[in-house]
Design a protein around this ligand. Structure first.
Ligand code: GLU
Length: 419
């Protein structure tokens, strides 16, 4: 019987071993123990071997009446993954309850209820998932003190933005992921989850992303959901607040939050409300030198109503685009953002910018292009064109930093030794 990839109990060498059987080329059996170490057995050493059908959860979900109730909604990604020893691939295979079983410290912070909503890698998320997730989170917020969403890191910031626009929340909604799966010694999953539980039970009232702040296991940052981007493919500190500072940091050892931004949504400040319509005919176009405006006409012809342009510098595309923009901006919304990432769009400095504004382009201020995309989907889903046009430039949930005063605090924050 091929036991590769199965969880087994083995009686051998005078002991009982439990672990997952790994593929072996030598013919001996190699077992990956729960602590991450591998042990090899020759056939003659194995006295008994038993397949353990169900991986038992170590969690006791008995409720502690002193602690707040938190809901964990699992959607997949690396945080819910382990290595598939048959194929060598990392696949999503754990339910949220199993995640809690792996991180028993959570039970010292809150009473956890867990639900597996999806088990997908986040590149497979789409607008329909966001809407279903928003409805799910909205219902959970009526009952729980906070909600944690475990999510693949690749598109976590898009989902965070979608939830931030769709749900006016009086309680914390925390998105958390991991860059390394939980069966790797360098996994960030447990610490990120513990920090997300501390955030979900805090006095916050907004959508945030909680991830490692550094490559060590010292603290996590709490990033505003509409101001964060995954900036590295593999490092554990991949998430950075853009054009803003993190709302706060969580000391993992002390289990303590230090807030950096006082001007944040607090628990109980807003009424719970759901506006879950999204217009899917919105597109994000990255301009590059030589790109023809035909691309706008193509999408316009397909019925697209919203365009986010990722322009150069202060917010430019070639002047070749102006006529087409003029034509389509009468019944569409066109937002200009910048490829620079850092800084604010300003189309009043150079001629190109001024022509673009005249042609109907709206400056996306200091919004990240992907945040502008999600905001436009939400605005066009819930408001008519004129109202949507007005709201684009308004700061609704922290997506636009009103003044450049944050630039200075950002500089000192990033230069300080004590970040
Ligand atoms: N690409 C996958 C995802 O975003 C795995 C990466 C991860 O979870 O960090 O879901």
């Amino acid at each position: 019987m091929d036991l590769t990839g199965k969880k087994v109990k083995i009686k051998a060498k005078g002991k009982i071993f439990e672990g997952i059987v790994m593929p072996s080329v030598t013919g001996s059996l190699v077992l990956k123990l729960d602590n991450g170490y591998n042990v090899g057995f020759f056939d003659y050493e194995i006295l008994e071997i038993e397949e353990i059908e169900k991986i038992e959860s170590k969690t006791s979900l008995t409720k502690n009446p002193e602690l707040p109730d938190v809901k964990i909604i699992s959607t997949g990604g690396t945080i819910a993954s382990k290595v598939d020893y048959k194929t060598g691939a990392v696949t999503s295979q754990f339910t949220a309850e199993e995640i809690v079983g792996d991180v028993p410290e959570l039970a010292e912070i809150c009473n956890v209820d867990a639900e597996l909503l999806y088990n997908i890698l986040s590149e497979n998320m789409n607008v329909k998932h966001w809407i279903e997730l928003a409805r799910n989170v909205y219902s959970a917020l009526k009952k729980y003190e906070g909600v944690i969403i475990t999510h693949g890191t690749d598109t976590m910031a898009y989902t965070a933005s979608a939830l931030a626009f769709m749900i006016s929340t009086p309680k914390p909604i925390v998105l958390v992921g991991a860059q390394r799966s939980s069966d790797r010694p360098s996994s960030d999953a447990a610490m990120n989850l513990i920090c997300s539980a501390l955030t979900a039970t805090s006095d916050l009232g907004e959508v945030v992303v909680v991830m490692h702040a550094t490559t060590s296991d010292d603290y996590c940052y709490i990033h505003r959901g509409v101001k964060v981007r995954k900036c590295h493919t593999s490092r554990r500190d991949a998430f950075k607040s853009i054009n803003f500072i993190p709302l706060g940091k969580i000391d993992y050892m002390k289990r303590k939050i230090e807030w950096f931004v006082q001007d944040r949504f607090k628990r109980g400040e807003r009424e719970l409300e759901l506006k879950d319509k999204m217009e899917e005919k919105v597109v994000l176009i990255k301009f590059y030198p030589g790109l023809k405006p035909d691309i706008l006409e193509y999408y316009y012809g397909k019925g697209y109503k919203g365009f986010v342009l990722e322009g150069t510098g202060l917010g430019h595309v070639s002047t070749e685009w102006i006529d087409v923009i003029k034509k389509i901006s009468e019944d569409c919304l066109i937002i200009m953002t910048s490829q620079c990432i850092w800084g604010r769009v300003c189309d009043r400095v150079y001629d190109t910018g001024r022509y673009l504004l005249k042609a109907g382009v709206i400056e996306g201020e200091d919004m990240l292009p992907e945040v502008a995309l999600v905001k436009l989907m939400w605005l066009l889903g819930n408001y008519d064109l004129e109202e949507a046009k007005k709201y684009v430039k308004e700061n609704l949930v922290g997506e636009i930093t009103q003044s450049t005063k944050y630039w200075e605090s950002m500089l000192s924050f990033f230069n300080s030794k004590n970040k």
